[in-house]
Design a protein around this ligand. Structure first.
Ligand SMILES: [Zn+2]
Length: 49
């Protein structure tokens, strides 16, 4: 189980908040944040093609 490095709550993939940033399909970034303390856990590129 992954643990939030900030609040030490256990996280599951279903709990992690995803927020899509950026406009246009080619420049999207997905931001993952902790549902308990709202700390940003990471980004991933949303390059869909
Ligand atoms: Zn947290």
């Amino acid at each position: 189980m992954p643990v939030c490095p900030y609040c030490k709550q256990r996280l599951s993939l279903q709990d992690v908040k995803r927020e899509v940033h950026g406009r246009g399909l080619l420049k999207q970034e997905i931001m993952y944040s902790c549902p308990y303390c709202d700390a940003v856990l990471g980004f991933s590129r949303g390059n869909y093609g």
